[in-house]
Design a protein around this ligand. Structure first.
Ligand code: GAP
Length: 450
């Protein structure tokens, strides 16, 4: 790629968006019909990256723990869920409309509150715009059939609190975890996948005794930071912000936002909230805290009836799409090569869509293709799964393509391979090449990525 002078942060965003489309990560939604604002479709490598991020999250926060219970709740829920959760009343952003061109803006995101940025017309008074997508369930179109596409995965966990307690008898503290789609009719979707109308969340509701919430708030703050580092988010660009009372969601008594330095400014990445017992209380759900009752009479102070109490909740919440964006921005690197630059995505191997690509030096040499396929590609594919066959174009082009996909290793089978059973392994970050015995290849890669 030709070197550009004075690359700005805006250029960086453009480069990421273009790379994502060109290399099959992320496409604009409904593109052939002109696009649908706030929606994106995920291509082969985008799905792989997203899946690796979600799997790594699930492994760390669910599979490797004893106190976490997974859930996959329905996206459509009864309207009472959102009434009791306070979203019907409160899940709104301030909006202004231009009296001339009727374009709508988020009132808290525009500098000139009087004049329309598009046509110069007069802006009307701010009003509240509820961001939930309303829909109708079934064939009868009366108000009882109203439902909403969930704007957060959290409520699915609250309304399944009793089911989870009855099925697994967990002792406090314990958590529920869910990964899934969320929908918000954002007034102004923008900045690529940062603010969309359809996106994914990875959320934990961690149930604790009221007296313990501060301890677990601190604990989850640390866990969230560790996870960010483990998936390759540049921690120099992450900032912790204590959110003021007037800016907190209606259910939160304390929120810490983790913000990231995006090219378009420092903005929210993930959040950590203390939701008190707001949600469980509103849904009328209780917990029998037998242990606390046995251990201390004090807990009875919180108990409305006997040993029954309502746990409090610490909620670490992660947006999958913002995780992808911050990882892409953290991984994007350009190596200066004089007149040219070599762009590559420096993904950590645990989340890279492809661990290694295997190529025969020439695709019209059957003996190279046969060797590469049976002795290198097939065993590596069986071992690592995320292994790609790449015989398109010349070797230089293949390296450039794999650099942009973020593939840590490219393996080439050449004529020397047929003689001595060694292959070339090229490292993405250094572009250095070494010869490795085919019999030691899997161990070599394992060692490098561990
Ligand atoms: N259950 C709490 C909750 O939903 P939130 O801060 O509104 O809290 C959680 O959302 C996370 O979801 C955010 O930190 C962000 O990563 C992601 N998110 C929120 N709105 C989004 C949008 N419009 N597009 C992409 N991601 C979004």
């Amino acid at each position: 790629m030709k070197k550009e002078e004075n690359t700005t942060e805006n250029d960086l965003m453009e480069k990421i968006v273009s790379l994502c489309k060109r290399r099959g990560f992320i496409f604009p939604g409904s593109e052939i019909y002109g696009g649908l604002a706030g929606t994106y479709d995920w291509g082969h490598f985008g799905v792989a990256l997203k899946n690796n991020i979600k799997q790594y999250w699930w492994k760390k926060f669910v599979d490797s723990r004893r106190d976490m219970y997974g859930l996959d709740a329905a996206i459509l829920m009864r309207q009472e869920v959102w009434q009791k959760a306070g979203h019907v009343e409160n899940f709104a952003d301030p909006m202004v409309e231009c009296e001339k061109c009727h374009k709508r803006f988020r009132a808290d995101q525009i500098e000139n509150k009087e004049k329309c940025a598009e046509c110069g017309g007069k802006l009307g008074k701010p009003m509240h715009f509820n961001m939930m997508f309303k829909t109708q369930v079934g064939v009868i179109e009366d108000s009882s059939a109203t439902s909403y596409l969930r704007p957060e995965t959290a409520q699915g966990m609250f309304i399944n609190f009793k089911n989870t307690v009855d099925a697994f008898h967990p002792k406090l503290p314990f958590g529920m975890a869910q990964i899934g789609k969320a929908f918000r009719n954002e007034i102004t979707p923008r900045d690529f996948i940062f603010r969309q109308r359809e996106f994914e969340q990875m959320e934990i509701e961690y149930f604790v005794r009221e007296t313990d919430w501060e301890k677990y708030f601190e604990y989850w703050r640390g866990e969230m930071l560790d996870w960010m580092e483990e998936v390759g988010i540049d921690m120099n660009k992450v900032h912790e912000i204590e959110v003021d009372k007037e800016d907190r969601a209606h259910y939160s008594s304390r929120t810490v936002d983790f913000e990231f330095d995006y090219p378009f400014g420092q903005k929210e990445l993930f959040g950590l909230a203390y939701r008190t017992n707001f949600d469980l209380k509103n849904h009328g759900l209780e917990y029998v805290d037998e242990e606390a009752n046995r251990a201390s009479k004090d807990i009875a102070r919180h108990d409305p009836v006997g040993s029954k109490m309502i746990p409090h909740v610490v909620e670490p919440t992660f947006g999958v799409d913002r995780a992808v964006l911050s990882i892409l921005l953290s991984a994007y690197t350009e190596e200066d090569k004089g007149e040219e630059v070599r762009p590559y995505l420096k993904f950590k191997p645990n989340i890279a869509p492809v661990i290694c690509a295997v190529s025969p030096l020439l695709k019209n040499k059957p003996e190279l293709v046969e060797y590469a396929n049976t002795k290198v590609f097939a065993p590596l594919k069986a071992e690592f799964g995320r292994v790609l066959w790449d015989d398109n174009g010349n070797i230089g082009k293949r390296y450039r393509r794999q650099d942009e996909i973020g593939t840590p290793f490219c393996i080439v089978v050449d004529f020397d391979t047929l003689a001595d059973n060694t292959v070339t392994v090229r490292d993405r970050d250094t572009a250095l090449q070494v010869r490795v015995k085919v019999s030691e290849l899997a161990n070599y890669i394992k060692e490098k990525i561990s």
